[in-house]
Design a protein around this ligand. Structure first.
Ligand SMILES: Cc1cc2nc3c(=O)[nH]c(=O)nc-3n(C[C@H](O)[C@H](O)[C@H](O)COP(=O)(O)O)c2cc1C
Length: 131
C-alpha cells in the first residue's frame, strides 16, 4: 500500500486519532501529535506518553488512525506496528522530538507502522478502499 504525496504531507502536518486494541479486541483511541511518514509505506510515531496504547501494541500490532480534521483529510489508515526501544528508529525519534519539542521528555519508544490499507471516510464515498 502506497501513501500518496498528498497523504504524506497531511500525516506530517496534522494530529491523528490513533486506535489500537487489546489481544481480545477492546479498543483504545488517543490523539497523537508526533506522527510523520518515513517513506510512502511507513509511518513513525513517538511514544512519549503511551500506556494502554503501548500495552496494546505489545499484545496486538494492528493499528488504525484518522486525521484530526477528517472532514478536510478524509482518510483511514490501517497497518501493523513494531516497537523499537533501541537502534536506528529509536535514535531517529529521539532526535526528532529533541528538535521539535526540546522541553518534552525523551520518547520511550519509536512506533513504526507498515501501512497496509487505506480507505476513504469521505461522506458519499465512505468505506471505499483506496489502496
Ligand atoms: C494533543 C495531544 C497530542 C498527543 N501526542 C502524543 C504523542 O505524539 N505521543 C504520545 O506518546 N502521546 C501523545 N499524547 C498523549 C496520548 O494521547 C495519551 O494520553 C497517552 O497515549 C496515554 O493514553 P493511553 O493509556 O490510552 O495510551 C497526546 C495527547 C494530546 C492531548
Amino acid at each position: 500500500m502506497v501513501l500518496t504525496e498528498e497523504m504524506m504531507k497531511i500525516i506530517a502536518e496534522n494530529r491523528a486519532y490513533f486506535a489500537t486494541a487489546t489481544a481480545d479486541g477492546v479498543p483504545n483511541v488517543v490523539p497523537i501529535g508526533n506522527i510523520k511518514p518515513l517513506d510512502n509505506k511507513t509511518v513513525l510515531v513517538a511514544d512519549s506518553y503511551m500506556i494502554k496504547t503501548h500495552a496494546n501494541l505489545e499484545a496486538n500490532p494492528k493499528v488504525a488512525f484518522v486525521m484530526h480534521d477528517a472532514a478536510k483529510y478524509p482518510y483511514q489508515f490501517k497497518g501493523s506496528a513494531k516497537i523499537y526501544k533501541t537502534g536506528d528508529y529509536y535514535d531517529q525519534v529521539v532526535s526528532w522530538i529533541k528538535e521539535t519539542a526540546p522541553l518534552a521528555p525523551k520518547p520511550k519508544a519509536a512506533i513504526v507502522i507498515d501501512v497496509e490499507e487505506i480507505f476513504s471516510v469521505k461522506v458519499g464515498d465512505a468505506g471505499k478502499k483506496l489502496e
